[in-house]
Design a protein around this ligand. Structure first.
Ligand code: ADP
Ligand code: MG
Length: 500
């Protein structure tokens, strides 16, 4: 771009294979000082893999990574890497330690004597002040486990600052933030780039957001750079999405906006009707309804459906059911099941054995408070059906992988007679084999007559498995409902404003 800008890092011809799978096929990527650079590409394009190689978390097969100092002189790889920090989608903080300890500990591994501890706190304070003058002092001694995701991200950024990072890589940092939190994050990123001269690489799928924060973009498609450092204002949304391989320009049409939606269920037919002005959609027993788009809309709909809502946006009418489900427990008794997306914090009962994790909903539905005698055998059958290998049903869930823990949450509802089952990103962070198994379980539960409402951020899987998809835009409004006949990724991208 600007001829005077010096690069902080340049990646040339980077290649990477996992076994026979070639993931990166010669990627080019360069970041200038003081810029916010959007790294774009569809799911599986190779963005996260490149980031891991830049930070040294993964090895490369071929290619070069050059790091530069402020004068344009080349740094050694280890010097360069020391100036790079990454903020992952899954945060890497220790919940039982304070904010100050999380920020300073990596630099003070040895000899945390009293003096050094106070020096560490001072260092953490200085870093926090670069982010937010006002709250720095009060947040120092809070436990990280008590922070919101947004606050925890700020701690990660502070840790990056205190380590002297000049380049911060943020891999989908806004995926689970509210609009307000995203605004705050952007304010911090702007300050760091404009006032402190840091460089930021930012991965996101939201067009509006990308335009708000980034000046320049690089687009990766199938392991290759298809747009190398281009000013974002020179590219239209459709061009960007097209470069990513998501749509062809001729098909992208303006979505029809829908301001409100009514969800109705009739006990008589046991079907659920989704209505909007001039539109009505009946979900017969066994329908799989996909929910797509940025989190605000799907989250609000799901809160309402599961009885956790404080919102009045949705009118939910269910003949034979109360207007409001009031509580998740009551919802479960009435035949509305829910699998939370917050597996680690709300879903899995970490201190209870596998059997309690699996049998929880059955006990609610059956009105039994504690384990009955036949439960052991029933639990074993469920684990077998789900191909979960556990040494004993009395083991704790943390003896199992993340994907297998997700299967425990599904087991909780498998075979429980329910009219409605709400799934929140059940395949997130799960390997491809387990994903396939989960698709199969979703189909199986639908085949037993349950209406499935499934929120996923992966458009491709929704279009593969669902009968219908309701799309929300980035403002949380319902943008339309797609029927299986006219399923297309391009239409879903247009409706949701999310390019993947
Ligand atoms: N550890 C791994 N082993 C095998 N394949 C992997 C591994 N990590 C990533 N991949 C594959 O590499 C491709 C690119 O993944 P990723 O870099 O995560 O893409 P993006 O972040 O752009 O969505 C995907 O097809 C993914 O399945
Ligand atoms: Mg990724």
């Amino acid at each position: 771009m600007s001829e005077t800008s010096t690069n902080v890092m340049t990646v040339r011809g980077l290649t990477k294979s996992y076994g026979a799978t070639s993931v990166l096929k010669g990627v080019e990527f360069s970041v200038a000082r003081g810029e916010v650079h959007a790294l774009l590409g569809g799911n599986g394009a190779g963005k996260s893999t490149m980031i891991k190689i830049i930070t040294g978390a993964a090895s490369k097969n071929d290619g070069e990574i050059h790091f530069f100092d402020g004068e344009g002189g080349q740094r050694s790889e280890s010097e360069g890497r020391a100036k790079v920090a990454v903020v992952h989608q899954e945060l890497a903080l220790l919940p039982h330690l304070t904010v100050a300890e999380n920020i300073a500990l990596p630099h003070h591994r040895k000899g945390m004597g009293l003096f050094r501890r106070s020096a560490a706190v001072r260092q953490a304070f200085d870093a926090l002040r670069m982010i937010d003058q006002d709250s720095a002092a009060t947040s120092l001694h809070r436990l990280v486990g008590s922070l919101s995701l947004h606050e925890a991200q700020m701690v990660e950024i502070a840790r990056a600052l205190s380590s002297g990072a000049e380049l911060i890589l943020l891999d989908e940092p806004t995926a689970n933030l509210t609009a307000l939190e995203t605004e705050r994050l952007f304010a911090v990123l702007r300050k760091l780039t404009q006032e402190n001269g840091l460089s930021v690489v930012f991965v996101s799928h939201r067009m509006k957001e990308i335009r708000q924060i980034a000046s320049v973009c690089t687009i990766i498609r199938d392991g290759r750079t298809v747009v190398d450092r281009q000013a974002i204002r020179e590219l239209s949304d459709v061009e960007i999405i097209e470069k990513m391989g998501q749509v062809t320009a001729s098909h992208a049409t303006e979505p029809t906006r829908v301001s409100a939606m009514i969800l109705e269920a009739f006990a008589a037919t046991d079907s659920i009707t989704v209505q909007e002005p001039g539109f009505s959609l009946e979900l017969r027993p066994g329908t799989i309804l996909g929910v797509a788009g940025a989190p605000a809309g799907p989250a609000a709909l799901i809160e309402e459906l599961t009885g956790a809502a404080g919102t009045k946006r949705w009118t939910v009418v269910r003949a034979g059911w109360p207007d409001r489900l009031q509580s998740p427990r009551r919802a479960a008794r009435l035949g509305a099941g829910y699998i939370t997306g917050d597996r680690a914090h709300k879903g899995v009962l970490h201190s209870l054995p596998i059997i309690d994790n699996v049998m929880a909903s059955r006990r609610v539905v059956r009105g039994a408070a504690i384990a009955g005698g036949a439960e052991g055998a029933e639990c074993l059958d469920l684990l077998k059906a789900l191909k979960v290998k556990a040494a004993s049903v009395w083991d704790l869930p943390n003896t199992l992988s993340g994907g297998t823990q997700q299967k425990l949450l599904i087991a909780r509802w498998l075979g429980v007679p329910s009219r409605l089952l709400v799934l929140e990103e059940p395949t997130r962070g799960v390997d491809i084999g387990t994903k396939r198994e989960i698709y199969q379980l979703i189909r199986q539960m639908a085949a037993s007559g349950t209406v499935i409402v499934w929120w996923s951020t992966e458009n491709a899987e929704l279009l593969e498995v669902c009968d219908r998809v309701v799309a929300f835009d980035t403002e949380g409004r319902c943008a339309g409902v797609m029927e299986q006949d006219d399923f297309s990724e391009e239409k879903l991208v247009t409706l949701t404003g999310m390019a993947a």
